[in-house]
Design a protein around this ligand. Structure first.
Ligand code: NAP
Ligand code: GDD
Length: 343
């Protein structure tokens, strides 16, 4: 039986990856952070009683900013594969907490790589680093493994460090260390402060009469939105190759935030029409004339990444990976799930 260790198991991707690996008969170890309130809701349905024998999911307390904790966990568990999905993953928040973001997102993966290096004589551990399309910044689309990295945020900059240190350790110490450069991926488990989930939850609440309107920032940014379920399969495939390498995972299609809003409202039979410009722009229900979307300048970022669209041809050719769930299905699934959960 293979053992996997997931940093970030309580996050969106960690929850999907844990389920995916358990299905493939892995023993999954996950790192959760100490919190004053419960933070394991995404993995509660696969949680197992600590007194049960032969558990498939085992949770440990840990933190990417704690070197000794990481060293101890890795040398005790000695997993076959480590997936580092842990991060301060919010781009806008990274402008407010740049130092913490660097500590967690840049030095965190370095700490894991050092721990892997320290146990090399006992076990060759494979390592997956959650790299991101945010590293490309405003490099022209479509972005591929060969595109220039030019991050526009403290988050993107920290992730560029993590990307390079992963490659350094692969080259210098022959560690099986890989980067998955993933474009935006969403799901019903997406964090509520990311734009997709913020929109689908607001649409569901408006439909149920629990909210009147939503506030958004830049409506014109374009993102390549896929489904997290497809992307965790890609992560797994990256670690099953003969040679360690880096891969872009994306859908190759890109849509504006504005279109996401329109399509989410379509799911509840509301057609949005836009009026006004810039900070005074509003989104109106064509039938009732009610204002459902307003702009709040506080939701803009100091720097914006305008256009992300990935070229995933390398993953298609080598990993035989293609995304199965398209954008339209994704939006519908997220709205339906929020309607069900909130009603
Ligand atoms: P997420 O939902 O925000 O999950 C992040 C996870 O990291 C959570 O489990 C969180 O724990 C954990 N974490 C945060 N700070 C930590 C720390 N100091 N020590 C240990 N764990 C910590 O993010 P996601 O969407 O699943 O993304 C997974 C990874 O892929 C992240 O590294 C992200 O940067 C990267 N990525 C995401 C996307 C995307 O579109 N989703 C695209 C490209 C790359 P808590 O639950 O306690 O907060
Ligand atoms: N969060 C948020 N909230 N974003 C908004 C809002 C709002 O109210 N209004 C407009 N946006 C715009 C942002 O300015 C950005 O251009 C776009 O919506 C997407 O924002 P997010 O959903 O927060 O995602 P992100 O693209 O910044 O970052 C996500 O994708 C990266 C991969 O490219 C995160 O998952 C990162 O962790 C990931 O690396």
């Amino acid at each position: 039986m293979k053992k996997a260790l997931i940093f970030g198991v309580t996050g969106q991707d960690g929850a999907y990856l844990a389920r995916f690996l358990i299905k493939r008969r892995y023993e999954v170890h996950g790192i959760k952070r100490r919190s004053s309130s419960y933070n394991t809701s995404r993995v509660d349905s696969i949680y197992e009683d600590p007194y049960k024998k032969n558990r498939r999911l085992i949770l440990h307390y840990g933190d990417l900013t704690d070197t000794s904790n990481i060293q101890n966990l890795i040398s005790d568990i000695l997993p076959d594969e480590i997936y580092n999905l842990g991060a301060q993953s919010h781009v806008k928040v990274s402008f407010e907490t740049p130092e913490y973001t660097a500590n967690c997102d840049a030095l965190g993966p370095l700490r894991i790589l050092e721990a892997i290096r320290n146990v090399r004589k006992k076990k060759n551990i494979k390592f997956y680093q959650a790299s991101t399309s945010e590293m490309f910044g405003n490099t022209p689309a479509p972005q591929s493994e060969k595109s220039i990295l030019s991050p526009e945020s403290p988050y993107g900059t920290a992730k560029v460090y993590a990307y390079h240190i992963t490659k350094n350790y692969r080259d210098a110490y022959k560690i099986f260390a890989c980067n998955g450069i993933l474009f935006n991926h969403e799901s019903p488990l997406r964090g509520e402060t990311f734009v997709s989930k913020k929109i689908t939850m607001a649409v569901a609440k408006i439909k149920l009469g629990k909210q009147k309107l939503m506030y958004l920032g830049n409506l014109d940014a374009k993102r390549d939105w896929g489904h997290a379920k497809d992307y965790v399969e890609g992560m797994y495939k990256i670690l099953q190759q003969k040679k360690p390498d880096d891969f872009v995972l994306a859908t190759g299609k890109s849509f504006t935030v504005r279109k996401f809003v329109e399509d989410a409202f379509k799911c509840i039979d509301v057609q949005i029409i836009w009026k006004g410009k810039s900070l005074n722009e509003i989104g109106i229900d064509k039938k009732t004339k009610e204002v459902l979307v307003k702009i709040d300048k506080r939701l803009f970022r100091p720097n914006e990444v305008n256009f992300l669209k990935g070229n995933y041809m390398k993953a298609k050719k080598i990993l035989k990976w293609t995304p199965k769930i398209n954008y339209t299905k994704l939006v519908k699934e997220m709205v339906a799930s929020d309607l069900e959960n909130l009603s």
